[in-house]
Design a protein around this ligand. Structure first.
Ligand code: GLV
Ligand code: MN
Ligand code: MN
Length: 413
């Protein structure tokens, strides 16, 4: 069996299609993500791989050496969930690319010299339960299972309940040392989420680092009232404070070189045109190469917000949903990738990835495939069929090299 990457991607392009927002909406543990997971399992089984879904809902498909051992495995894969109204390639390119890379490797070897694992992570975007890279955080012990069990989606559904519906026992989630112990290295292929490769005129890059990033939920509580009868001086309007926060986020991010600050989600309760809101909520996303700069931007934004909330007579509560320190990918593994792909530039990224979480426990690297629009988390995200194939073949070449030669001990990161 051998299927071009573009054909694999075309098979799943319509799953989770969002007619309202445009693009695709594939929330973690939702029906679209599960349909995609089933699609992956079908392809893996058709190739004779041993498939299992682990305690955290990660799907593993194993191509084993003659002795059947899983030790010293090289792993590759990505995720199948999406942001609301997102592109169809953020995640799926790395999963389709992993299947394609396997097909290429099977034309070269009857059996792999060492085990190869294809893995699909879940809820990478954190679009449903607020915590990005949920599956890899659970696997590596970066988040406490008790916290995850209690997370709720926008409809109040708990992670535990959604997990049960998806066939995962929520009492069994948590760090997976057995899975980690099998892995010698992990390499994730991903569509590039910027214009680096397009500007350089190259199809494939090697990742250098990931910006530190975090998410904070800010809840402002005021006094709901009538839009026509409440005098301006008598109002406690949380939306006014929220508007100040949006501007403060932009201001803070503009005051540091290469910082990013976004409010991409707000909620106004009860949400009537002729109603002064009683509550407003904003989700802040901040990113920079330095963890300290992210913290410092947040401190500035929140001290402005506290002042504005007080002057409006509103209360303010802040919850940190996640904080992910900056990641520099393993330099020795990156050097191995460069020896296989000498023409590939090294690009840093502002996007978070499961590879970044795994990097704390496993030698980890990433490849990016050119995205001609440079857009991501939006329907305009793209990759030509040729570049998707180039990414998958580059991945196959890198995996072939890693499967053939043992890795050094982890290098400085
Ligand atoms: C995920 O893609 C993120 O960077 O938030
Ligand atoms: Mn992704
Ligand atoms: Mn993403």
């Amino acid at each position: 069996m051998s299927t071009p990457t573009a054909t694999l991607l075309a098979e799943i392009a319509e799953i989770g299609r969002d007619e309202v927002r445009g693009g695709v909406t594939r929330p973690g543990l939702g029906s679209a993500e599960i349909a995609l997971r089933d699609w992956f399992i079908e392809h893996a089984r058709a190739r004779g791989l041993e498939v299992e879904i682990d305690r955290n809902g990660l799907t593993w498909a194993w191509w084993l050496p003659v002795d059947g051992s899983r030790d010293g495995a090289v792993a590759t894969g990505s995720h199948l969930d999406s942001v609301p109204g997102g592109g169809a390639l953020d995640g799926p390119l790395g999963v389709a690319g992993a299947l394609r890379a396997l097909d290429v490797l099977r034309t070269r070897h009857a059996h792999p010299p060492r085990p190869l694992a294809l893995v699909v992570f879940c809820e990478e975007e954190g679009s449903r339960f607020g915590l990005p890279c949920l599956g890899s955080r659970l696997m590596t012990g970066a988040v406490a299972p008790e916290r995850v069990r209690g997370l709720r989606d926008a409809h109040g559904v708990t992670f535990s309940s959604a997990a049960r519906d998806a066939g995962i026992d929520p009492d069994g989630i948590g760090e997976n040392p057995e899975a980690l112990a099998h892995l010698a290295a992990f390499v994730e292929l991903h569509v590039e989420q910027g214009r680096g490769l397009q500007d350089l005129g190259r199809p494939v890059a090697i990742a250098g680092s990931i910006l530190a990033h975090g998410r904070w939920q800010v809840t402002l509580t005021g006094a709901g009232d009538h839009a026509g009868t409440t005098r301006m001086a008598d109002r406690h309007d949380p939306v006014v404070v929220l508007a100040g926060i949006v501007r403060a986020v932009r201001q803070a991010a503009r005051s540091w070189p290469d910082a990013r600050g976004t409010v991409g989600r707000v909620e106004v309760v009860p949400g009537g045109t002729n109603v002064i809101a009683s509550r407003a909520r904003a989700w802040i996303d901040l990113r920079h190469a330095s963890d300290d700069v992210v913290r410092s931007m947040l401190a500035t934004i929140l001290s402005d917000a506290a002042r504005e909330a007080e002057s409006e007579g509103c209360s303010l509560a802040v919850t940190e949903e996640s904080f992910t320190p900056a990641v520099a990918f393993d330099t020795r593994l990156a050097a191995r990738l460069r020896s296989v792909l000498p023409d590939a530039p090294v690009l840093d990224t502002g996007a978070g990835h499961d590879a970044g979480i795994l990097a704390a426990r496993v030698q980890t690297a990433m490849l990016f495939a050119r995205n001609p629009t440079g857009t991501s988390h939006a329907p305009a995200e793209s990759c030509t069929d040729e570049d998707a194939e180039a990414g998958a073949v580059a991945l196959a070449d890198v995996l072939d090299d890693l499967l053939a030669r043992p890795l050094d001990a982890p290098g400085p990161s």
